[in-house]
Design a protein around this ligand. Structure first.
Ligand code: SF4
Ligand code: SF4
Length: 206
């Protein structure tokens, strides 16, 4: 049997100076940092719920459904948000809406906040600005059923949108929150299959 040579590297124990052996300077240095934080104390907490912290503009809170010019819910029940949702938190049941000049609207629109991760994919997927991320975050409930919110909860008639309500006929410019509804853009995509045709006398998109 051939013996294998083993290289052994000998490390020397670091030599501490006299003051380092005392540890007193290091302890004093740590105490100075602690005292500095105590004397320059800047509270970063707030007395919630009496005080509410200002949220950033791009905060993604509980969803909001804006209203159109008629004060109606804008959703056309296309279910793109339901498909885009990675946690399958959205459930939609549609119903005919010929009277309103569109093909259908949601009879039921629920989001299960036991599943929602507030990613905002549903908002990105919506082709007619019918869904936005809001600023509310208080969603505690005493039971599971209370965490399933309905369109009646999301709908806010005070939040308006000028985006055309037909399916897929506007582009939402990311970042600036600017709606691109120039006639060129609209005419370019109005002819796409699947867009809704308005009936004579029905509300016109602005
Ligand atoms: S925010 Fe994300 S997880 Fe929540 S409903 Fe929308 S797509 Fe689903
Ligand atoms: S994508 Fe928009 S219009 Fe389509 S079902 Fe969802 S919220 Fe309604």
């Amino acid at each position: 049997m051939v013996a294998m040579a083993i290289n052994v590297k000998v490390l020397e124990r670091p030599r501490l100076s006299f003051w380092e052996k005392l540890y007193i300077p290091q302890v004093l240095k740590g105490l100075m940092i602690t005292i500095r934080h105590i004397t320059n104390h800047q509270p970063i907490t707030v007395k919630y719920p009496e005080e509410v912290k200002a949220l950033p503009e791009n905060y993604r809170g509980l969803h909001v459904m804006p209203a159109d010019d008629e004060g109606e819910i804008r959703c056309v029940a296309c279910k793109l948000c339901e498909i885009a949702c990675p946690t399958q938190a959205i459930s939609i049941v549609s119903e005919p809406a010929d009277d309103y000049g569109i093909e259908r609207r949601p009879k039921v629109y629920n989001i299960d906040f036991m599943r929602c991760v507030f990613c905002g994919f549903c908002v990105e997927a919506c082709p007619c600005d019918a869904l936005r991320m809001g600023m509310k975050y208080e969603l505690s409930s005493y039971n599971r059923a209370g965490l399933v919110h309905t369109k009646e909860v999301f709908f806010d008639p005070n939040v308006k949108s000028d985006a055309p309500r037909d399916n897929a006929n506007f582009l939402y410019k990311m970042g600036k929150g600017e709606i691109l509804d120039s006639p060129e853009e609209i005419s370019k995509i109005m002819g796409l299959d699947g867009t809704y045709s308005r009936k004579p006398g029905s509300p016109q998109a602005t």
